[in-house]
Design a protein around this ligand. Structure first.
Ligand SMILES: O=C(CO)COP(=O)(O)O
Length: 263
């Protein structure tokens, strides 16, 4: 396997944590921590995914202080505008300079009954508004026992990618549901196996160029102590981090994974 050419992406999914004041303080501290460590050279892309109510404040801070973090949302509406109470349009997120939007996180699939078809519609909505969808796929413990690790994520990704243009700017996140918030991460080999299989799905649906370009992240109990072992794998291009993205020093250490890779 050759040297990875894709820019690693370390993404913090804050879920329903940190209000807008806490978010601003957090982003400032993270920025200072990385700056002190001289780790804002662009070798790793950093993205934060705050709750909707924080996005404007974080955008203003990032903009004013020229902080090199990308901004993302945790969800969006499949619709552009209209009578959809409580929903947020991709157009509004794009206006706030959001670059990414998480789609089909397992918590939305489970608690909001989001089907593969809804995920596909939201993926199209994101691209329509110039946002890069971070398409989440992953199997439950039960799926793992019944079908093995790859079958469910492959099926989910195939539906999400259907009908997308070959040059679609997407990110895929493999998040085994049993590893999320459990403290029990997948092994690097398990993550590599599924990420490599997902890359073949991208190749089959969108072509080889898209497969070579698309970043595939691992998510599920990622922390500073295990990030390097995932990043060593050829098909793991970054991480979607939950709990550990809420602790400045821990998240900064994850972003600085190269320090532990020892290449
Ligand atoms: O769901 C996740 C990120 O989207 C992973 O969460 P944890 O890192 O807390 O396991």
């Amino acid at each position: 396997m050759g040297v990875k050419t894709r820019t690693p992406l370390i993404a913090g999914n804050w879920k329903m944590n940190l209000d807008h004041l806490q978010a601003v303080a957090f982003v400032q501290k993270l920025h200072w921590t990385l700056k002190d460590a001289k780790h804002e050279d662009g070798s790793v892309e950093v993205a934060v995914f705050p709750p909707f109510t924080d996005i404007r404040s974080v955008q203003t801070l990032i903009d004013a202080d020229k902080i090199p973090f990308a901004l993302g949302a945790q969800d969006l509406s499949a619709h552009d505008s209209g009578a959809y109470t409580g929903e947020v349009s991709g157009a509004f997120l794009a206006k706030l300079d959001a670059k990414y939007v998480i789609i089909g996180h397992s918590e939305r699939r489970e608690y909001h009954s989001e089907s593969d078809e809804v995920v596909a519609a939201k993926t199209k909505a994101a691209l329509k508004h110039g946002l890069s969808p971070v398409i989440c796929v992953g199997e439950t413990a039960e799926d793992l026992e019944k079908f093995g690790a790859s079958a469910v994520p492959v099926g989910q990704l195939e539906v999400a990618l259907q009908g997308l243009p070959k040059d679609a700017d997407i990110v895929v996140a493999y998040e085994p549901v049993w590893a999320i918030g459990s403290g029990q991460a997948a092994t690097p080999q398990q993550a590599q196996d599924v990420c490599a299989t997902l890359r073949t799905v991208v190749a089959k649906v969108l072509g080889d160029d898209a497969a070579a370009r698309t970043r595939i992240l691992y998510g599920g109990s990622v922390k500073a102590a295990n990030i390097a072992s995932f990043m060593r794998e050829p098909d793991v291009d970054g991480a979607l981090v939950g709990g550990a993205s809420l602790v400045v020093d821990e998240f900064a250490a994850i972003i600085r994974f190269e320090k532990h890779v020892g290449v």
